[in-house]
Each structure stands twice: as structure tokens, then as C-alpha cells.
Design a protein around this ligand. Structure first.
Ligand SMILES: Cc1cc2nc3c(=O)[nH]c(=O)nc-3n(C[C@H](O)[C@H](O)[C@H](O)COP(=O)(O)OP(=O)(O)OC[C@H]3O[C@@H](n4cnc5c(N)ncnc54)[C@H](O)[C@@H]3O)c2cc1C
Length: 449
């Protein structure tokens, strides 16, 4: 008996295997062709031109401007509403003026806010200087302490006036969709894959767009954290003013809120919050009042501590190495996380959105060419760097001076306080202060409303 059966069976298996393999290749090719055709047709019919991740101030302003210009825009926000956490609430003239330019002033005035007429600066609990924000002299509009949730709600409501605007609330962007290194959309937890010509990451300090694009960032080391606390008490002696208390290695900010409460920010050495929280709210407020003048201390101590919830904002300041790539752009904190010094984050985010819209609208009105769009995004980055870098440099200097407890600095503070002794001055007295109020570059909305 010859054993011819085995090789013959092997040949048969090999031949079948080859057939299956070619079938598989053909099937895979036709499937992938069908998928990409499908995606292409989605892009032509239903896909928005722009997906914006994150409805913070940068994302909401940009979405409003693009939608109004007739560009189909989808704004994706992971939260169902905007009231979940405290955010920067100080709007400087640098953020107010652009809101006026884009035609939202009337709507903005209906947002909960307190007009700030003066900043009162104290050193070692004694008045140092009181910069006045006289609208006629220093800025057209004085700063406002606003309700950020109401501001964001107003912005998305205005964007919703345009049929090409879609807001996906309660939807989280999970990843970027990429095709040969080009970003072509995002994947989400509730709506699956969504395609667009451009993805704009406005998703803040923990930006998923930045992380998934692989763009690196350079971080500044900051020696401080900030504890925020809203107290239910009559803001008797802080109406229309924001107080800054410097000295003994701490900085305390006290401001009136739109709903008749007082917002307190307590700057502490990094990593010391755990011990402070263990004190309980009342003891924490008592500790804070040791840095305040007697009148404001009394106001805070009269508060109802029942519903006060101190929380920590871990301060971060960084700047992404690049703000764009093929099919994507970063704006606001996603591109450059702002330290809380000088209340700049909200203002810079609004200014970023205005400048980006100036660059993007003309480019997106035409059929999109990815290389051309990338060049436009890079132009936007160059323009914004001229403001973001100097502001971040000023912000980094502040804590080094204010939290310095050396004997020399204490002596300098003491002399400065005696010279200033609470006098009222023009808020433009100092070029750095002026830039924090008015911005560094000229941001102008360029399109006709
Ligand atoms: C707790 C806190 C307190 C702050 N306090 C101050 C202050 O006192 N003064 C000051 O000047 N600045 C402060 N800032 C910073 C300031 O709020 C920011 O600089 C400013 O809001 C930046 O705006 P933005 O639009 O770039 O980002 P953000 O305002 O951070 O908005 C980002 C949005 O993206 C959403 N998002 C994030 N990830 C996803 C995702 N994967 N999918 C969908 N949506 C997503 C978020 O929910 C958020 O709504 C604070 C920030 C925080 C977080």
C-alpha cells in the first residue's frame, strides 16, 4: 500500500486555503471600499464641516460664530448642563470688548453679573492701592464678575438660532478618527463615529483632542494651588469691588457674585489642601480671615457655612508645542492652560475663539483643502502666541513675588504699603496691569455681522 493520500490531502488543503485567502482579500477590499464610500458620502451630506469638542467659553463662542457664518458646526459637550463646577468668572475689558464686537452685548447684559468698579489691593491686611476702572479713561467697559454657566447657556442658545448648528450635550469625545495621519472626525460615547473636515479641541486643561493627537506641552511649575469657596453672606463691603490680600506668603481674593454671595479664593502652597480640608469649612474661613481687613473678615464670618463647599483648583500652566495638525486645531486651555493669576483664562479663551473664527471662516466657506486649512490654523497660532506668551510670563511672575516670604520681600511690602496707604489710582498705572485688563494684542472681529 502506497501512502499517496497524505500529500494529496495537503495539496487539497493548500489549494482551498489559497482560495479562501484570495476570497478574504477581495472581501476585505470591497468592504473597505464600501466603508470609505459610505464615509465619503456621509461627509458630503450629513457630516458637519467642523466638530468642536467642549462647550467652554472658547468652544461656545467659536460655535456661535461659525454657525452664524453658515458653516455647519457640531458642538460636543460631555456635561448635560453648565452648572456643575465653578470656573473663572472674571471678565476683563479684554473679554468684554470682543463680545460687544460680535453683536452679543445685549444678550450678555442679561447674564447674571456684577460690575466691578475698583480693585482693592491690601498688603498685610492694610490698604495698599485701589486701582479704579474708570470706563471713560481706562476701558470702554468695566470688568464683570459673571455667572459662567449663564454665559455659556446664552452662547449656545444664540448659536441654536442657526439651522446648521448642532449641540450634543451629555456626549463625551473618546478618541480621534484618523486616516493616514489626518484627523477626520471623533468617536463619542453616545453617537459613535462622527466625521468632519476640521476637529477643534476646546476641551480644556485635560483635552482629549490634545492627548490623542500626540501633541506635547511644556508646563510651568507653579508653587501654588487655589481653594475656592462661595459663601452665602451679604457682600456689604465688597460690592462692586474685587479685593486682593497679599502678605505672609498667601494671597486671598474676595469678590461679590451675581446672586448676592461672596466668592473667596485662597492661594495656598501646592499640596497643602488635604490638611486644610480636614479643618472643616468654618475653621478654614476663620483661618482665611486672618489675612483680611477687619470689616471683610467680619462679613465672611457672618456667613451661613451650611452649604459652603470648599474645593481645590490644582493650578496648571502649560502651552502645547503645536496647536494644530492636519484636520485639527486646539484653542483655549486645550492649547495653553492658563494659571488663575490675574483672572485671564476666560478672557483669553474668548479672544482665541474670535481670532480663530477670523482665520477659519474665509477658509471654510470654500471647498476644504486640508493643507490649506492647516496653514490657516498655523497662522492663527502665530497670531495668538503674541498674546498668550506675554500673559503667561506675567502670570508666572506674580506668585513668585506675592508668595515670597523672605525678609527682603517683607520689608519691601511694608514700605510699599506705607507709600500706597490705600490711595485710589488709575487702573492703567502699571503696564502689566493694563495688559491684564485690556489684553496684549488688538483682537478685532473682522467679519460683517
Ligand atoms: C475649577 C476651575 C476653576 C477655575 N478658576 C479660574 C479663575 O478663577 N480665573 C480664571 O481666569 N480662570 C479660572 N479657571 C480657568 C478658566 O476657567 C479657563 O481658562 C477657561 O474656562 C478656559 O476656557 P476653555 O473654553 O478653553 O475650556 P473650559 O472652560 O475648561 O471648557 C472645556 C469644556 O470641554 C468639556 N470637555 C472636556 N473634555 C471633554 C470631552 N472629552 N468630550 C466632550 N466635552 C469635553 C468640559 O466639560 C468643558 O465644558 C478655572 C478652571 C477650572 C477648571
Amino acid at each position: 500500500m502506497t501512502h499517496v493520500g497524505l500529500p494529496a490531502t495537503l495539496e487539497l488543503f493548500a489549494a482551498r486555503g489559497l482560495v479562501y485567502f484570495f476570497d478574504y482579500l477581495t472581501l476585505r477590499k470591497s468592504l473597505s471600499h464600501a466603508i470609505s464610500e459610505n464615509l465619503r458620502s456621509m461627509s458630503n451630506t450629513t457630516s458637519p464641516k467642523v466638530i468642536i469638542t467642549g462647550a467652554g467659553p472658547a468652544g461656545a463662542v467659536l460655535a456661535f460664530l461659525l454657525s452664524r457664518a453658515g458653516i455647519s458646526t457640531t458642538l460636543i459637550e460631555r456635561h448635560k448642563d453648565f452648572s456643575r463646577e465653578f470656573r473663572g468668572e472674571l471678565l476683563m475689558p479684554s473679554g468684554l470688548e470682543p463680545l460687544h464686537q460680535i453683536g452679543l452685548w445685549e444678550d450678555f447684559e442679561k447674564v447674571g453679573q456684577v460690575e466691578i468698579e475698583r480693585f482693592r489691593i491690601f498688603i498685610n491686611r492694610k490698604p495698599f492701592v485701589t486701582p479704579l476702572v474708570n470706563p471713560a479713561k481706562v476701558a470702554k467697559r468695566s470688568p464683570r464678575w459673571v455667572s459662567q454657566p449663564q454665559l455659556l447657556e446664552m452662547l449656545v442658545k444664540k448659536a441654536a438660532d442657526f439651522p446648521n448648528f448642532t449641540l450634543l450635550r451629555g456626549t463625551r469625545v473618546k478618541n480621534l478618527l484618523q486616516e493616514s495621519d489626518h484627523v477626520i472626525g471623533v468617536t463619542t460615547d453616545t453617537h459613535g463615529k462622527l466625521r468632519s473636515d476640521l476637529v477643534v479641541g476646546c476641551d480644556g486643561r485635560t483635552s482629549i483632542v490634545r492627548a490623542k493627537s500626540g501633541i506635547q506641552a511644556q508646563a510651568d511649575t507653579l508653587p501654588m494651588d487655589i481653594v475656592w469657596l462661595k459663601l452665602r453672606c451679604q457682600p456689604r463691603n465688597v460690592t462692586h469691588s474685587v479685593h486682593f490680600y497679599i502678605g505672609r506668603g498667601r494671597l486671598v481674593i474676595v469678590a461679590p457674585t451675581y446672586d448676592g454671595c461672596v466668592q473667596v479664593g485662597f492661594i495656598i502652597p501646592k499640596g497643602s489642601f488635604k490638611t486644610l480640608r480636614e479643618l472643616g469649612t468654618k475653621a478654614l474661613v476663620e483661618l482665611i480671615t486672618r489675612y483680611l481687613d477687619a470689616e471683610v473678615a467680619e462679613t465672611l464670618l457672618s456667613a451661613d457655612f451650611g452649604d459652603a463647599r470648599p474645593f481645590l483648583l490644582s493650578t496648571v500652566a502649560d502651552r502645547a508645542d503645536e496647536w494644530s495638525g492636519p484636520g485639527m486645531l486646539l484653542l483655549g486651555d486645550a492649547a495653553h492652560t492658563m494659571s488663575p493669576v490675574g483672572g485671564q483664562g476666560l478672557n483669553i479663551a474668548i479672544r482665541d475663539a474670535i481670532v480663530a473664527a477670523n482665520h477659519l471662516i474665509p477658509a471654510l466657506e470654500k471647498p476644504v483643502d486640508t493643507d490649506g486649512l492647516l496653514a490657516v490654523c498655523q497662522g492663527n497660532e502665530r497670531e495668538r502666541m503674541n498674546e498668550v506668551v506675554p500673559i503667561q510670563t506675567m502670570q508666572a511672575r506674580g506668585p513668585k513675588i506675592m508668595l515670597n516670604e523672605s525678609i527682603w520681600m517683607r520689608a519691601a511690602f511694608s514700605v510699599a504699603q506705607k507709600i500706597g496707604s490705600g490711595r485710589e489710582i488709575d487702573a492703567s498705572f502699571d503696564p502689566n496691569f493694563q495688559q491684564m485688563l485690556m489684553g496684549v494684542t488688538s483682537v478685532r472681529w473682522q467679519t460683517e455681522i
